[in-house]
Design a protein around this ligand. Structure first.
Ligand code: KE4
Length: 430
């Protein structure tokens, strides 16, 4: 595979951008190769600057549920841009998208748009602290909620991928208000939430973990979490930046029938443009400025291009049968993966829900951070490189999700399965 142009861009990039990338996990450090630079993408195909084409299972880390460059999304952005790109004033587009998002996500009565998932979660915990007057935030080991100071405690995604303990620059007196406990552990959850010494403002959880690889909650875990937070007056925040509009139109909360007090969204609702959102019960959201005293702001929040892209995308998701078709395609693909994994001469564990999945290179069950960390990341690196050479674009980390989109066709999914089977044979030694 020719990679000369990517190599040249990477060398240039490293002179002007830290690590040559604008987000650490893209540097491909944990999978033992240099990043390829992308020139374009359409549907489920991504093309690098050297002209190599790949079947894409990263989907820009989640937003591309329709596939890349969907005509409705592209036309909406093109048309909107002709009338200006940002005004710093309200537009009808953000009202329409807010109404559509609140109509789609069961627990949302009001929503505020921001520019990233990190801004959404950062704002949601500030709101929870402002609303309750308490400071402690409880999160779960291996969950990642973006890079705001309060979250960089035993976080997932790039933090575990790079094996960094947290991050320098996060003051101890911030971290002391963040408690991280094991995912799927009801006993520790109850002990923690009932601890009278803790003034807990909120619990924030990925209702399906996507940042230590995919880990599905055991149903009593979310149910107990909702029961305890309701009983103790603790705000329950579902971080649905990945699962929102991914697992169902109404996200994980619709799929599991468990309603949080606040929800954080991102990725899909921007159609690939920078959008995040946080929302929930009116009584809580009306504490946000200018309605209430909890301050949060953003120059580009509600950006018309991003709103137009999000509107076009969400309207496609609301068409009858969209999720049934995606589920059918994803489960057929996962069954094929499972058959390959079952015959692999090394331990594997496939976790899948809806169109998000992770094949862990360790014996299952993978149900929390500790079991995920048993994965053989060196073997994953070899798997990644074989798949890339074979034309399949995976997340450059064992601790991320692979996504099936509406654009993946049968032939592409079959090709990916065949490539997986052949890659497994090549990495079977040691
Ligand atoms: P952003 O600030 O990256 O838009 O969103 C942060 C975030 C919040 N919550 C969840 C559940 C998330 O998964 C994320 C970001 N996801 C990672 C990949 N799993 C982004 C990829 C990257 O950091 O480059």
């Amino acid at each position: 595979m020719k990679t000369e142009l990517s190599a040249k861009f990477f060398a240039r990039a490293r002179k002007s951008i830290p690590g040559g990338v604008n987000s650490p996990v893209r540097a491909c450090k944990s999978v033992g190769c240099d990043p390829l630079f992308v020139s374009k993408a359409r549907g489920a195909t991504i093309t690098d600057v050297d002209g190599n084409e790949f079947i894409d299972f990263v989907g820009s880390w989640g937003p591309m549920i329709l596939g890349h460059a969907h005509p409705a999304v592209v036309e909406a952005v093109r048309r909107t841009a002709l009338d200006g790109t940002s005004f710093g004033a309200p537009t009808p587009l953000e009202v329409e998208l807010a109404e559509l998002v609140c109509d789609s996500v069961p627990s949302l009565e009001k929503v505020r748009f921001v520019n990233s998932g990190t801004e959404a979660t950062m704002s949601a915990i500030r709101l929870a602290r402002g609303y309750t007057g308490r400071n402690v935030v409880v999160k779960f080991d291996g969950c990642y909620h973006g890079h705001a100071d309060s979250f960089l405690v035993k976080a997932g995604s790039g933090v575990i991928t790079l094996g960094i303990p947290g991050s320098p620059g996060v003051p101890e007196d911030i971290v002391k208000n963040t408690l991280s406990i094991p995912y799927n552990d009801v006993e520790v959850l109850e002990q923690t939430l009932r601890d009278p010494a803790l003034a807990i403002a909120c619990v924030i959880v990925e209702p399906v973990a996507g940042n230590m690889g995919v880990i599905v909650p055991e149903l009593d875990f979310l149910r107990k979490l909702r029961e305890l937070t309701s009983e103790l007056g603790i705000i329950l925040i579902f971080d649905e930046v990945i699962t929102g509009f991914r697992l169902a139109l109404g996200g994980a909360q619709e799929r599991f029938g468990i309603m949080p007090d606040l929800t954080c969204l991102g990725k899909i609702i921007g159609g690939g443009l920078p959008v995040g959102a946080y929302g929930g019960k009116k009584e809580i959201m009306d504490t946000v400025a200018p309605e209430g005293p909890v301050y949060q702001a953003g120059t580009l929040s509600g950006n018309p291009l991003a709103m137009a892209a999000g509107l076009a995308l969400v309207k496609e998701l609301r068409k009858p049968g969209f999720y049934d078709e995606l589920e059918e395609k994803s489960s057929r693909f996962a069954e094929g993966l499972q058959r390959i994994a079952d015959n692999a001469p090394f331990p594997t564990a496939l976790n899948r829900i809806g169109s998000m999945m992770t094949c862990f290179f360790t014996a299952g069950p993978v149900r929390d951070f500790a079991s995920a960390m048993q994965a053989d990341t060196e073997r994953y690196g070899r798997y990644y490189r074989h798949m890339l050479a074979g034309g399949v674009w995976l997340a450059p980390s064992q601790f991320e999700a692979a996504f099936v989109s509406a654009a993946h066709d049968r032939a592409q999914l079959e090709t990916a399965l065949n490539m997986t089977e052949s890659s497994f044979k090549k990495i079977a030694d040691r």
